[in-house]
Design a protein around this ligand. Structure first.
Ligand SMILES: N[C@@H](CCC(=O)N[C@@H](CS)C(=O)NCC(=O)O)C(=O)O
Length: 210
């Protein structure tokens, strides 16, 4: 399999973190990672559009040459394809909770944070939009409080002791913010401690560049 990716971008990075976490837990997936240079607009060239008509990353090329073009579907495919040691585990309720937190992180935090970075200092040259940035900053406050609340029981990671897809998604988004020299955590010491803890993990050290 091949993963078409670009290092800074949040959606590819969450898949890269997921793959690295699974490798740390003993599951090497043998996926070749190939950079598509978005700074040069390569994602909009025919070669990439043939893989993904929407011109986005990541894209996972399966062994039969077909493609998955949504980051969460890529992760879920890898969970199903390599079920031993899958990150989504435990009771029906535990798995539902992990999915719930992942959706909250992705839809209510990672999405707005991505828009925030593009509105502040877009790596692909979108024009600054201070009003949009302020809206995005406001919109992540309640979901960030929700995460701070989860961590209040002393858990080291978002779902407990074991790494989850939500951890990968949040950290991928934070790397994008760091690149833009932005910080939206405010006075949330538990999230700050989580961030330091997560970034010290071998998988994070292998993947993160900012
Ligand atoms: N829903 C998609 C979103 C993919 C996406 O928007 N990727 C961004 C990078 S984080 C991208 O490729 N942007 C380049 C562009 O839109 O031209 C997913 O989760 O994979």
């Amino acid at each position: 399999m091949k993963l078409y990716m670009v290092p800074l971008a949040p959606n590819p990075t969450k898949v890269m973190l997921y793959i690295a976490e699974r490798a740390e837990l003993g599951t090497g997936m043998g996926i070749e990672q190939i950079v598509v240079n978005t700074l040069k607009g390569r994602q909009r060239e025919p070669e990439h559009l043939a893989r993904n008509p929407f011109g986005t990353l990541p894209v996972l090329e399966l062994d039969d040459g077909s493609h998955l073009v949504e980051s969460l579907a890529v992760i879920q495919y890898l969970e199903d394809r390599f079920p031993q040691g899958a990150l989504l585990e435990g009771s029906v309720e535990a798995r539902a909770k992990a999915r719930d937190v992942e959706r909250i992180v992705d839809l209510r935090i990672a999405g707005p944070m991505g828009t925030y970075v593009h509105a502040k200092n877009s790596p692909i040259g979108r024009p600054p939009d201070p009003e949009k940035a302020a809206q995005m900053e406001a919109s992540v406050q309640v979901p960030l409080d929700f995460l701070e609340g989860l961590l209040a029981d002393g858990r080291p990671l978002l779902l407990g002791a074991r790494v989850s897809i939500a951890d990968c998604t949040l950290q991928a988004s934070l790397q994008f913010l760091r690149w833009a020299e932005a910080d939206l955590f405010g006075e949330r010491p538990l999230l700050r401690a989580w961030d330091e803890r997560y970034r010290a993990r071998p998988a994070a050290q292998n993947v993160l560049r900012w």
